[in-house]
Design a protein around this ligand. Structure first.
Ligand code: AMP
Length: 399
């Protein structure tokens, strides 16, 4: 039988990440990203069979051109005819989407309606869906939502202390994101620890440029740090995370910021970048902190302290903790941040196994603590695989 592939697309406002996943082996056959879309110098990078190709797209080329160019390459590699479904990451599903769905015109309209809740994210996802539908009109397209996993949050966790009518009438509540990553981590942690998923209690810390943490009780999300939007919670690469909401008013009334400037400040100029006045790249922050840069040290301290406080607070809904799991670009690679955070959590008895913690940085993921205390794990995430698995499952149901 010839191989069948699922094509996974993850569209940002000016970027597009993609992967072609073999439905049998679940391995990535091809992957890459388009970046700086809509700018003077958009590029498309494709990784296939050990080769990396960088294509300079025409000035101002956006998602449609990137996808068309990609399809042309897929044809050249004779991969296009083996694609059986397209999986799309959609950031916000609101309360409308409790699980992944086959994308119909009606679904697109509903995603558009939810876009009010995620104006920075969903419009880009819809652009990607429409562009991919033009290129692959005959194939089933599936939407997989970042918010799906957290639809099991109890009301006491997802409600803000605002008048209840704002939730009932306008849907203002915590939704949570990174659901595909936290889901993958849950499944993998259950395997590593040899515990049934429906009995597993973990804290999953997805630390990438965006960062969130999730309390999983009996295999289900019961609390998570991102909120109505992905701005709340942990300190991130360029996002503030938790903040006194009155700061927004202060900036506008006392410092003459516009609302747009406040949004840009909170989402793009804060976090590690804002504190360090240096970079949002954790590698740079770590190097410079080591070299004595005060801003970098402060950024690292605040990042770790906020994260440790969240981890400690998530023991409240869990009661029993089977493991703390680190994932995402920072969680998988930064032994420094993992060690700092575990040291801040010594009250729980975490004891870092230094060798294992450093080894995890070089692809040897697994347990990084000594047996004497609670378990901490490093598990590389695989959001593309979860999207592909959902797309495959729904497509097969349809057949
Ligand atoms: P992601 O959004 O999951 O791709 O993660 C991106 C983040 O991972 C960036 O802040 C990178 O600096 C960080 N990262 C990647 N490799 C390392 C590393 N070796 N050490 C520390 N941080 C890293």
């Amino acid at each position: 039988m010839s191989n069948k592939f699922i094509f996974v697309l993850n569209c940002g406002s000016s970027s597009l990440k993609f992967a072609l996943i073999d439905s049998q082996s679940q391995q990535q056959v091809l992957s890459g990203l388009a970046d700086a879309l809509g700018s003077a110098k958009p590029i498309l990078k494709i990784k296939y069979q050990g080769n990396k190709e960088t294509i300079e797209l025409a000035k101002n080329a956006a998602h449609q051109i990137a996808i068309d160019t990609l399809v042309e390459r897929l044809k050249r590699f004779q991969l296009d005819e083996s694609i059986i479904a397209i999986g799309h990451r959609v950031v916000h599903g609101g309360e409308k989407f409790q699980q992944s769905v086959i994308i119909t015109d009606d679904v697109i309209t509903q995603i558009e309606q939810v876009s009010q809740l995620a104006p920075l994210h969903n419009p880009a996802n819809i652009i990607g869906i429409k562009a991919a539908k033009k290129a692959f009109g005959q194939l089933p397209h599936v939407a997989v939502f970042d918010t799906e996993l957290h639809q099991t949050l109890p009301e006491k966790d997802f409600l803000y202390a605002l008048p209840y009518a704002l939730y009932k009438e306008h849907g203002i509540r915590r939704y949570g994101f990174h659901g595909t990553s936290h889901y993958y981590i849950t499944q993998q942690a259950a395997k590593t620890l040899n515990i049934d998923v429906d009995k597993l209690n973990i804290i999953s810390a997805h630390l990438g440029n965006g960062a969130s943490i999730c309390a999983i009780k009996n295999g289900k999300s019961v609390d998570t740090s991102m909120g109505l939007t992905p701005l709340e919670g942990l300190v991130m690469g360029t996002r503030t995370g938790d903040l006194d909401p009155a700061i927004s008013q202060y900036l506008i009334e006392q410092l003459n910021y516009t609302q747009t400037q406040v949004n840009v400040l909170f989402n793009q100029q804060s976090g590690l970048l804002g504190i360090s006045e240096l970079s949002n790249d954790c590698r740079v922050i770590e190097e410079q902190a080591l070299a004595g840069h005060q801003g970098a040290r402060l950024a690292l301290d605040i990042f770790c302290y906020r994260l440790a406080k969240y981890i400690a607070s998530y023991t409240v809904p869990l009661g029993r903790l089977d493991a703390l799991v680190f994932t995402g670009g920072i969680g998988e690679n930064s032994d420094v941040i993992r060690a700092n955070v575990l040291n801040l959590l010594q009250i729980f008895g975490f004891s870092v196994n230094e060798q294992a913690n450093i080894a995890a940085r070089f692809g040897q993921a697994g347990i990084i603590t000594n047996e004497s205390g609670p378990t901490a794990l490093v598990i590389p995430t695989n959001e593309e695989l979860v999207i592909a698995q959902d797309a495959l499952a729904l497509t097969q149901q349809e057949l």
